[in-house]
Design a protein around this ligand. Sequence first.
Ligand SMILES: Nc1ncnc2c1ncn2[C@@H]1O[C@H](COP(=O)(O)OP(=O)(O)OP(=O)(O)O)[C@@H](O)[C@H]1O
Ligand SMILES: [Mg+2]
Length: 457
Amino acid sequence: MNIDNEILINGNGTKFLTIKRGFLEEYIVWFSKILDLSVKLYFQHDCKMESIYEIDAPDDNNLAHIARNSSLTFDEKIVLLLSVIPHIRPQILDTFFITNTNFNRAFTEFGGWSGKNHSGFLPTGETAAFILAGNNIEKRFELLRIFDRDHFFYKNNILIIDNVGTGEPFLSGAIKVTGEFLTRLTTGEEHKPDYSISFPAKRVTTPLNWENLVLPHEVIDDIEDINTWIAAKNTIIDKWQLNNIIKPGYRCLFYGPPGTGKTLTATLLGKRNLMDVYRVDLSMIISKYIGETEKNLANIFDQAINKNWILFFDEADALFGKRTQTGNSNDRHANQEIAYLLQRIEDFPGVVVLATNLKSNIDEAFARRFQSVIYFPLPDSDLRYELWKKMLPNLWIENGGVDIKSIASEFELSGGAMTNVVRYCALKIVSRQMTTVDMALLFEGIRKELYKEGKMI
Ligand SMILES: Nc1ncnc2c1ncn2[C@@H]1O[C@H](COP(=O)(O)OP(=O)(O)OP(=O)(O)O)[C@@H](O)[C@H]1O
Ligand SMILES: [Mg+2]
């Protein structure tokens, strides 16, 4: 297989489709022919054909795959290409710069809008109507459906018609392809949005693997349920037609003391199932962006649906605490936002994980909304032994200078605190020019951690 010539599309989280780059070239050639013919037909130049529909569209299905739809109609292909061409082969649209010599101005029927720096032609709805409908009014109306909010172009975040001025015709709006679709089309990769005020979520990853996770058996069993759901969701819902009874989403609540592996587990669930995990920090959102919150959250949920992400709401305490108080107007506003968020979480058809350190505030009605409520305990001495063994580099322990068993049984530390001890020891080994760790240094690191937690020894 010639990899240079292929792009991989992550279709369904786990499924990969192989697409030949060449397909796009074929579409561009087809589009140019259509454009040429539509202009000739409109100006009644001599030509053999009577309609653009006589030029068959490439019947390859790659473009539809990338648009996450089973197929594309002739018109959809043209509109989609029209939105993409300014980004990949802008000169093709130069045809539309011909002047209407009767009036010494551009042709109204071509539409088009002016960019700030781009000197080429940028299409509007009118441009699509010119190519596909010409003077045919009925066809023009039909075309409007492609730009509807119910159409998959809008729903799958592929393209929109934008900037329609007040009182101006709808088709005068610019046709804009989304960065998300363009990235997928040109590189085959998923567009991974960056954290910003309008997108208050960050992708979290981990170099660790499932084998590094150390938790009591019963907790692992509960987490396996989530894995099973992700792997078998389609069978469970579709095959047995349980969609009337079971909501398609899966909501999990992780609670427990700091540093016990809640974030790590959520991240590993994504890694194991080839899904991106996006972490939304609720404490930050709700306090900082009052008013904007709903819009920003909606943005995250909308993107998450299309992309098969796991949504991870960290520090979810903000959701429970404020629900019942109604103090000043800020509180009421926050309550509204929380109600909105809970509704979105409940309706979300994918996997949502909420994490918190507190459980006391979670009322029963709230807990009922979750399919998995999992407690992450502090590790007991056996688990601490496992954790130390996995965390301490072999080079540090192979000479037998440290008694991990006794350290594990003596000091009650979370996995997170242990990672801090390891980091501290590594630093000191370097700065003190030691060759490896010894018991004294480990004690020192552990003491520092316990001191932080208020457990002085
Ligand atoms: N159960 C565990 N198994 C393996 N490693 C762990 C475990 N718990 C914690 N760790 C280590 O500690 C680090 C921090 O843990 P993590 O961030 O998952 O804790 P948390 O429960 O999310 O804490 P917080 O409540 O403070 O957010 C992990 O990246 C991992 O290296
Ligand atoms: Mg965490």
